[in-house]
Design a protein around this ligand. Structure first.
Ligand code: RIB
Length: 308
């Protein structure tokens, strides 16, 4: 079982000709309300990939419809608390290139209490996986509790902020980052070359598996002697929202199934490429059947392997 301590957001998605500029008023070309939230997206991706996942989250009373979406993906929702506060929500602009910008209101995602966290951890077993992102409160406590309970931890420090540097990241087994997040975590320049970022991450977190997503350049993986890189697939991006979450969910599902790391990366990369070709967060996360169809039609990716 994988437990995902994660946000649930209602995404308000506006299609725009370009991302709005300071002081500008811009008419949107369309508007959609969909399920999102990095946590919820990652849970759905794990579940659609066939993984056994329980979501730990908080949701405002009027958004119960979300539970049905999560359940129909195959996720366990037994520990989603219906909160008095409003759900988390976002305002997302998506431009003609499929790029986005997001304003996030945390809402119920920031209402976890210590007692609630202890109750959640009481159902876990040592050796089980905890996945978390950085859209809920008490990230530091959750990392510490997971460590105390002997769990394996996968962490995606998104959205990144300066507080992340103070977290007990030495407890993390798998760290998922993009280039910008890696640079901020390391306090490095945004233009730092990928290899230098990977070297610095490896020095800082020698026991941690590093998964660095590189957008159009693909993904790089480092752990001890193991160094892999997989190029991105060339696809036409309609909306990149949720692509990183899809990658993480598919990676973790393959990991739970004890697949080799090359397989975890290949499945995750292919799933993310499918996600960016569709609009919205949760609605764009592919099913395993869709992934298998693509994998059956395409030659395997080149995996670049080198040892340190
Ligand atoms: O990673 C994409 C997600 O980030 C969106 O669904 C939005 O809710 C924000 O949390």
């Amino acid at each position: 079982m994988l437990y995902n301590y994660g946000s649930i957001n209602i995404d308000h998605v506006y299609r725009v000709p370009h991302l709005v500029r300071p002081g500008e008023t811009l008419s949107s070309l369309s508007y959609r309300q969909v399920l999102g939230g990095k946590g919820s997206n990652q849970t759905i991706a794990v579940a659609r990939a066939g993984g056994n996942v329980m979501h730990w989250g908080r949701l405002g009373r009027k958004d119960r419809w979300v539970l049905e979406t999560l359940t129909s993906s195959g996720a366990n929702i037994a520990h989603i608390e219906i909160a008095e506060e409003a759900s988390g929500h976002t305002v997302i602009q998506v431009d003609d290139e499929g790029e986005n910008s997001i304003v996030l209101y945390p809402g119920a995602n920031h209402g976890f209490s210590r007692a609630h966290l202890e109750a959640l951890f009481s159902i876990t077993q040592p050796g089980e996986w905890l996945l978390l992102q950085n859209e809920c409160n008490a990230t530091d406590e959750v990392l510490a509790l997971a460590h105390q309970h002997g769990m394996k931890i996968a962490f995606n420090p998104a959205p990144m902020n300066a507080e992340v540097r103070k977290l007990p990241l030495e407890h993390v087994d798998v760290l998922f980052l993009n280039r910008g997040e890696a640079a901020m975590l390391l306090d490095a320049d945004d233009n730092t070359p990928t290899e230098a970022l990977l070297d610095q991450l490896e020095q800082r977190f020698p026991a941690t598996e590093i998964v660095l997503t590189l957008g159009a350049e693909g993904v790089a993986y480092r752990h001890g002697e193991s160094r892999l890189q997989i190029p991105a697939q060339r696809v036409e991006a309609v909306d990149t929202t949720g692509a990183g979450d899809t990658f993480i969910g598919y990676f973790m599902a393959a990991r739970l199934a004890q697949a080799p790391i090359e397989t975890c990366l290949q499945r995750a990369t292919t799933a993310a490429a499918l996600c960016v070709q569709r609009e919205g967060a949760a609605p764009s996360i592919p099913t395993t059947a869709e992934l298998e169809q693509v994998l059956a039609q395409q030659p395997p990716h080149d995996v670049l392997t080198s040892s340190s």
